[in-house]
Design a protein around this ligand. Structure first.
Ligand code: DGL
Length: 265
């Protein structure tokens, strides 16, 4: 493993692209290998055993492809399989939940924080546990949003169905008076328009991508593994249909996604 090795990044599908685009912004010289486990999306409805097994196989695959660091660009895997991955693999592994905690605490003025995520993430209680451990007087309101991920996978992020789902999930949070909302699923930044339509400008929307990539940069720097070449290569693998990943991915990230290959783990 050296500076020229790629950053490995994974999610159940296109959601991790919200983290990948931040890598392209902050670390343009890095090569990346992205794995979208589209044969198993949505992760939010899978069991703990399944999620651990998927995370294990994907991490193994990315390491075999030469990854120098793994970014778990999925809150569901971060909540459920991170400790297994940290115990098993001898490589830096960065999750997307811990980086959201401090910024949410800094953002709130009234101590009322909303969290939206998949059913598995919300059931894990991970965000709430980490938030309250740092600031016991917080009022934390978690809401599972199972309709969101299938809409984002289809690229249907601004239509009537997306709007209706956003109203259904977010109006109760608005009524509770939250002033900050953690996007606890990497698919949700692509729904920002409809989320903002419901919550308005007074609620701060927290996308953990920025802090996650700042942390990745810090770790690579400490390990002398930062790649400062001009333009990194980007390779995308999926376990399901490469064409639908490409079509939705291009909607969000433009033509960065030319290279999508199917693999079966
Ligand atoms: N994007 C993922 C997350 O952050 C997984 C969503 C899913 O597949 O249900 O939780």
């Amino acid at each position: 493993m050296n500076k020229n090795s790629p950053i490995g990044i994974f999610d159940s599908g296109v959601g991790g692209l919200s983290v990948a685009r931040e890598i392209f912004k902050q670390l343009p010289g890095e090569d990346i290998i992205y794995f979208g486990d589209t044969a198993h999306v949505p992760y939010g409805e899978k069991t703990v055993e399944q999620l651990i097994s998927y995370g294990d196989q994907i991490t193994q695959f990315l390491i075999e492809k030469g990854a120098k660091v793994i970014v778990v660009a999925c809150n569901t895997s971060s909540a459920v399989s991170l400790s297994h991955l940290l115990n098993k693999f001898n490589i830096s592994i960065i999750d997307v939940i811990s980086p959201s905690i401090d910024i949410a605490i800094q953002a709130t003025q009234n101590n009322k924080i909303g969290i939206i995520g998949t059913v598995a993430t919300i059931n894990s209680g991970m965000h709430k546990k980490l938030l309250v451990a740092k600031k016991p007087d917080l009022e934390v309101y978690p809401v599972a949003c199972p309709k969101f991920v299938p809409l984002v996978e289809k690229g249907d992020v601004a239509g009537e169905e997306a709007r209706q789902a956003a109203y259904e999930y977010l109006m109760p949070l608005k009524e509770k008076g939250v002033d900050s909302l953690i996007l606890g699923c990497t698919h949700y930044p692509f729904l920002e328009k409809v989320i903002k339509e419901v919550l308005g400008d007074a609620v701060q929307i927290i996308d953990p991508a920025l802090e996650t990539v700042l942390l990745t940069k810090k770790i690579l720097k400490e390990q002398n593994l930062l790649n400062e070449q001009e333009q990194g290569k980007k390779v995308f693998y999926v376990s399901g249909n490469p064409d639908s990943f490409l079509i939705t991915g291009e909607k969000f990230l433009g033509d960065t996604l030319q290279n999508v290959k199917k693999v079966t783990l």
